[in-house]
Design a binder for this molecule. Structure first.
Ligand code: A3P
Length: 293
């Protein structure tokens, strides 16, 4: 028997994780008042959200950078629709940072034609799929899969939190002119984090000294985040969300091309065909291999 509905809540054609989503926030998103200096990090799940939350928190908040404030990244740049700590967004001081997996058509209307900025991070979908597969088998609130093949089918069918990857990325890309949006890829961040941080600073109109940029880059590295409990969500996942075993990590591998260790030749060909068909009109650049230029 298929028990997908136990885990997913569908609203206007988009799948949310059922037990964590604050659906009233989504239902009333149209009326949510956007401030000019709000910044939204928007991603499809497993595309580098936590990483970007950390980078933006480090860029925007000196107290976060110097570790003088004791606020978890999760609360510095909270999830909009998964507001698990029930923060009062209206009382949050400016500039507010938010993270979200929403599709373009469900975000607050105020984001359209406003100065509020959106940073859209995308990742090559084969690595997203692999990361999502491991994450779903670790976190108790997501539907586990016996085999990679089973998860791949659910992913391609959009029967996962975030629905179809193709619809998410294409939707945001095709509607980019409605928003003040910057697209960046996980792989660009991975290959040259310093340049990525400088690009984000440019988009946010933030001028930071060389020294501060160095500090942001250092604290946003995979190794540093992995050992910083404020940044790596390990405890939140373990104690607040629930996990199936002690072996998993939110920061799992943090690399490009792990899909090569999971896809069979046939699965790869099938995936490529779908990718070509779905993404042929989307000129975003994808990097599939760590050694690719
Ligand atoms: P892997 O499972 O491939 O390791 P999200 O935050 O959107 O759920 O994305 C999680 C993915 O981003 C995980 O991928 C995680 O390891 C990776 N990630 C998080 N922080 C990172 C960092 N500083 N550098 C590289 N990858 C990072």
């Amino acid at each position: 028997m298929d028990n997908t509905e136990e885990y997913l809540l569908e609203f206007k054609g988009f799948n949310f994780e059922r037990s964590l989503v604050k659906i009233h926030i989504v239902e009333s998103a149209d009326d949510f008042e956007i401030r000019d200096d709000d910044v939204f990090i928007i991603t499809y799940p497993k595309s580098g959200t936590i990483w970007t939350q950390q980078i933006l928190s480090l860029i925007c908040f000196e107290g976060h950078r110097n570790r003088t404030e004791d606020i978890k990244t999760m609360d510095r740049a909270p999830f909009f629709e998964y507001n698990i700590h029930n923060l009062d967004f209206i009382k949050m001081p400016s500039p507010r940072l938010f993270a979200s997996h929403l599709p373009y058509y469900l975000v607050p209307k105020g984001l359209k034609n406003k100065k509020a900025k959106i940073l859209y991070i995308y990742r090559n979908p084969k690595d997203v799929l692999v990361s999502f597969f491991h994450f779903s088998n670790w976190v108790a609130r997501l539907k586990p899969s016996d085999t990679f093949e089973n998860f791949m089918e659910m992913f391609l069918d959009g029967q996962v939190m975030g629905s179809r990857w193709f619809d998410h990325v294409r939707g945001w890309y095709e509607h980019r002119h409605d928003f003040n949006i910057q697209f960046m890829s996980y792989e660009d961040m991975k290959k040259d984090l310093r340049s990525a941080v400088l690009k984000i600073c440019g988009f946010l109109e933030k001028e930071l000294s060389e020294e501060v940029v160095d500090s942001v880059v250092k604290q946003a590295s995979f190794q540093n985040m992995k050992t910083n409990p404020q940044a790596n969500y390990h405890d939140i996942t373990k104690y607040e969300l629930g996990v199936r075993n002690d072996k998993g990590h939110f920061l799992r591998k943090g690399t490009i091309g792990d899909w090569k260790h999971h896809f069979t030749v046939e699965q790869n060909e099938r995936f490529d065909q779908i990718f070509q068909r779905e993404m042929k009109d989307v000129p975003l650049q994808f990097i599939w291999d760590i050694n690719e230029e």
